[in-house]
Design a protein around this ligand. Structure first.
Ligand code: PMP
Length: 359
């Protein structure tokens, strides 16, 4: 089969070594005669997988001991509801930094909860979300502040986390968790859907400060961090296979040198593409230089039919998943941890060729 470079925003490319390991272990996990998909979530074989996954995630992200780690389902989208239910109980007001589509989805879901009000304390609207807002209007009567660290569709990302005085931050890290270094203790809670830098879809990672869990109200079990923490994420059947794969990805990342090493590689990959875009006579990046994401890089020709032509040509040549999100059009290259630098170099070659033909 011809070489494929997968630029998809998620589900996304996984490390080949991990897929190969899954393949060798698929029919009989640790000589049990059973696949990981067939073993009980109460078995010691699975407990060991989950314990190791948590231990390695803690090591990678340097997660302090006062934080709980949860392996849940429902995607990042369910956290748009769970965070307000668990934390918005005093003022019933949440501050949102609106940086694009996914923060807006979080706002919409929070507003659907009876009595809870989402307050936009900052917005990137005036720049068409090509810039992150610089000022955040925090106020006393907020339970917490929600932030989207990497805007998968718009291609912006926070390098530094804004300081919110006495308000804790809830961070949606879905598209850059493990791809760049953040300080976990800058957050009350972090959540991420797995299907970008962690593993297969069907798993959501939640990292949450234990005192906040303790203070949360009595909620239906599957919506309650407290009840999920008390049952160590196995209140019901967890996504066993996805957790197993995530565990292998964490091991792979540790062997690669961890977050600081992979972040450097991610910056190199992104810089190659940005340098090209900034010097191209056809392609350009719509995103403000200082707010550019290193994982999701949108770009355009400025002409939608040329964009479509480029995407078709790229797809034909094995560069898949380059179509921009339907909300913004154009192209988008998602360069997650498992995406190789050769893929970027090869992409630049076809972009150069296309530019010569159509500029
Ligand atoms: N937040 C961000 C930043 C995302 O990129 C996505 C998915 N692309 C979501 C939330 C929603 O994630 P899920 O599909 O896991 O619910």
């Amino acid at each position: 089969m011809a070489k494929i470079y997968n630029f998809s925003a998620g589900p996304a490319v996984m490390p080949k070594k991990v897929l190969e390991k899954v393949q060798t272990e698929l029919l009989s996990y640790k000589n049990s005669g059973m696949s990981v998909m067939e073993i009980s979530h109460r078995s010691s074989l699975f407990s060991e997988i989950q314990e190791n996954a948590e231990k390695n995630l803690r090591r990678l992200m340097d997660i302090p001991s006062e934080y709980d780690v949860l392996f849940l389902q429902g995607g990042a989208t369910l956290q748009f509801t769970m965070a307000p239910l668990n934390f918005a109980n005093n003022f019933k007001r949440i501050g949102f930094i609106n940086t694009g589509h996914w923060s807006q989805r979080a706002i919409e879901e929070a507003n659907l909860i009876n009595g809870v009000e989402a307050i936009e304390i900052a917005s990137g609207f005036s720049s068409g979300y090509t810039k992150l807002p610089e000022e955040n209007r925090t106020s006393e009567d907020l339970d917490y502040v929600h932030i989207t660290l990497n805007n998968t569709i718009e291609g912006t990302a926070y390098k530094e986390v804004p300081y919110m005085k006495d308000k804790f931050l809830v961070g949606d890290m879905s598209s850059n968790i493990l791809g760049q270094r953040y300080n976990v203790s800058d957050f009350g809670m972090i959540y991420a859907g797995a299907q970008k830098n962690i593993g297969p879809a069907g798993l959501t990672v939640v990292i949450v400060r234990h005192d906040l869990v303790e203070k949360s109200p009595n909620l239906p079990a599957m919506l309650s961090y407290k009840k999920l923490v008390n049952k160590n994420s196995t209140l019901n059947t967890p996504p066993v296979f996805a957790i197993y794969c995530a565990g292998l990805v964490f091991e792979w990342l540790i062997a690669e040198g961890g977050i600081d090493v992979i972040e450097k590689k991610n910056r190199e990959k992104a810089q190659l593409l940005y340098d090209f875009l900034d010097n191209s006579s056809l392609f350009s990046s719509p995103v403000s230089v200082k707010n550019r994401s290193i994982t999701n890089i949108p770009f355009v020709t400025g002409n939608s039919s040329l964009d479509a032509k480029f995407i078709a040509m790229a797809t034909e040549n094995g560069f898949v998943g380059l179509k921009g999100h339907r909300l913004v059009g154009g192209m988008r290259a998602s360069l997650y941890n498992a995406f190789p630098i050769e893929g970027v170099k090869e992409l630049l070659k076809i972009m150069q060729k296309f530019e010569l033909e159509y500029k």
